[in-house]
Design a protein around this ligand. Structure first.
Ligand code: THU
Length: 137
């Protein structure tokens, strides 16, 4: 699957966003090691803080289906510059992603910026700090 194909899936996933408060739709497409794709959208809440971002929706869907090995993520929103993940999502990514795994940030104009978690969240806090192994129990 190409980066553009994965981004197209993120743009499609965005259509399912539940955003009555911000009206800001985000989509994510997470590719696993077997070639399966997990889609995610943001899901907002009247109490605001329970809102789940598109990236976390995709990651939690995959993990809850028993998948923890990922090879790429695409995120899309209707932004001038390709959208960048929030800090909470970056921390969740740090739990499961290889720091060098490609992360594609995009917008509806077709721009795609390739980055990594190493760039988005250097010196991240992980299971290593807890001394409890790799955090993959
Ligand atoms: N949001 C995402 O889903 N992903 C991001 O990368 C940035 C922010 C959502 C959360 C909220 O529903 C809306 O965008 C506005 O912050």
């Amino acid at each position: 699957m190409t980066d553009r194909e994965l981004m197209e899936l993120a743009i499609k996933a965005r259509e399912r966003a539940y955003v009555p408060y911000s009206h800001f739709k985000v989509g994510a497409a997470l590719l696993d090691a077997k070639g399966q794709v997990f889609l995610g959208c943001n899901i907002e809440n009247a109490a605001f803080s329970p809102t789940n971002c598109a990236e976390r929706t995709a990651i939690f869907k995959a993990v809850s289906e028993g998948v923890r090995e990922f090879t790429a993520l695409a995120v899309a929103a209707d932004t001038q510059e390709p959208v960048t993940p929030c800090g909470v999502c970056r921390q969740v990514m740090a739990e499961f992603f290889d720091p060098q795994m490609p992360i594609y940030l995009g917008n509806l104009q077709g721009e795609i910026v390739k980055t990594t978690l190493q760039e988005l969240l250097p010196a991240s806090f992980t299971a290593r700090a807890l001394g409890t192994g790799e955090g993959h129990d």
